[in-house]
Design a protein. Structure first.
Length: 99
């Protein structure tokens, strides 16, 4: 069973395919469409690794939008998988890659 809770998007780790953060055009479209609203936003899908760190599986653009426009606001996340011995510190965080 998956676990759901709220997390600071700045601390979430970016997956290897998105090491440089959200795609600029996609982020721009999402900001234009949703602005600062998080109403109805689906949870970000994540994997929990070593020390409880979270790696985004789906939702890099949503996490970036909230981190950029709503500093301090948390986002809903759903943990799909746990790999307790996986060191996620090699992946940058959303906060480190904010445009």
């Amino acid at each position: 069973m998956s676990e759901r809770f709220d997390a600071d998007p700045n601390t979430l780790r970016l997956p290897s395919g998105r090491m440089f953060g959200a795609e600029p055009q996609k982020l721009h479209r999402q900001i234009a469409r949703f602005g600062i609203s998080t109403v109805g936003m689906p949870p970000l899908l994540v994997t929990r690794g070593q020390f409880g760190e979270l790696l985004i599986i789906d939702g890099v653009t949503r996490a970036t939008r909230v981190a950029k426009l709503l500093p301090g606001r948390q986002v809903p996340v759903e943990v799909l998988d746990e790999i307790p011995n996986w060191d996620l510190s090699i992946f940058p965080t959303v906060g480190e890659r904010l445009p």
